[in-house]
Design a protein around this ligand. Structure first.
Ligand code: DOR
Ligand code: ZN
Length: 338
């Protein structure tokens, strides 16, 4: 096994940077490692239009510094204006549209209540080549929370792909073997992101010695066989699977609470974390495609020219960074990025 690995600077194809003080606190961690990132639009006031994305982009650039390119998304609602979204894409403000089923996760109350309502918008996006990024979970109270992704595939995603095969789709933060199979067997217009926490942890981690709120995210961690399917997909060399951290900070008091928020803040050590997962699978040679090449290929963007080097070196992760608990808090990681 090599002790160093030099790869083109990666991008993060799914991140939550928030706004205000939190944005200023977290954006530098993403900008330190990633050249570009797909910025999620689920702010307290969702980023639903091209105009809102444009002003949010300016705030992100101010917080992250000049070496980082935020790629903006618009939050799809039942009443989204297709013409505005398509114009935003044409003019380079919007990279993609994000579909949250209403009430699926943090700040998703304004999300889509019925996919039928947004079919005209999705058809226009397919026509324009504008990607749709999907939080793939049904929200029905009678569906077990661990089954919500698999049920979403059957009820929503498979019919959508059949109806609009030209629509370019990223199935975000896949968490199940069913999602891996669906993406693997799909055509070239469907891809998926995989987070570091879903590669490292199964649902046992949520209850290891007591309730572990910092491992709670959505989609929730699944059984070990699903984790293994995700590792197999990420390390397969298939260009359909690429890096998306879903780094999602919440103040420690909102995580360690009677009703704790969903989200793992993994931005500070995300690349080291992915390297550890690939190393454990004996697949370090596959990290470059996953982290640096397959995302740009799907989004029709160039691979970054600058490089990053990963070295096998003990890297302690602090218990806290400010008001936030990072993924792997208190652990010593085996890789270091420079
Ligand atoms: O765990 C999550 N946190 N999953 C999501 O889908 C949203 C995110 C957040 O914004 O906190
Ligand atoms: Zn997310």
């Amino acid at each position: 096994m090599p002790d160093t690995l030099t790869i083109p600077r990666p991008d993060d194809w799914h991140v939550h940077l928030r706004d205000g003080d939190m944005l200023r606190a977290v954006a530098p961690f993403t900008a330190r490692r990633f050249a570009r990132a797909i910025v999620m639009p689920n702010l307290a006031v969702p980023v639903t239009t091209t105009a809102l994305a444009s002003v949010y982009r300016a705030r992100v650039i101010a917080a992250a510094g000049p070496d980082f390119t935020p790629l903006m998304t618009a939050y799809l609602t039942d009443t989204s204006d297709a013409a505005d979204l398509i114009a935003g894409h044409r003019d380079g403000v919007l990279t993609a549209v994000k579909l949250y089923p209403a009430n699926a996760t943090t700040n998703s109350a304004a999300g889509v209540t019925d996919i039928a309502r947004v079919m005209p918008v999705l058809a226009a996006m397919a026509e324009a080549g504008m990607p749709l990024l999907i939080h793939g979970e049904v929200t029905d109270a009678d569906v077990d929370v661990f089954d919500r992704e698999a049920v979403f595939i059957d009820r929503i995603l498979a019919p959508l792909v059949a109806r609009l095969p030209a629509l370019r789709i990223v199935f975000e933060h896949v968490s199940t073997a069913e999602a891996v199979a669906f993406v693997t067997e799909g055509g070239p217009n469907i891809a998926a992101t995989i987070t570091p926490h879903h590669l490292h942890l199964s649902r046992n981690a949520l209850f290891a010695g007591g309730l572990r709120p910092h491992h709670y995210c959505l989609p929730v961690l699944k059984r070990e066989h699903h984790r293994r399917a995700l590792v197999a997909a990420a390390t397969s060399g298939s260009p359909k699977f690429f890096l998306g951290t879903d780094s999602a900070p919440h103040p420690v008091g909102d995580k360690e609470a009677a009703c704790g928020c969903a989200g793992v803040w993994n931005a500070p050590f995300a690349l080291e974390s992915y390297a550890g997962a690939f190393d454990a699978a004996g697949a370090l040679d596959r990290l470059e495609g996953f982290a640096s090449r397959f995302g740009p290929a799907f989004y029709l963007l160039p691979v970054n020219a600058k490089m990053v080097t990963l070295t096998r070196a003990t890297t302690p992760v602090p218990e806290r960074i400010g008001d936030l608990v990072p993924f792997h808090a208190g652990e010593i990681l085996a890789w270091r990025a420079t």
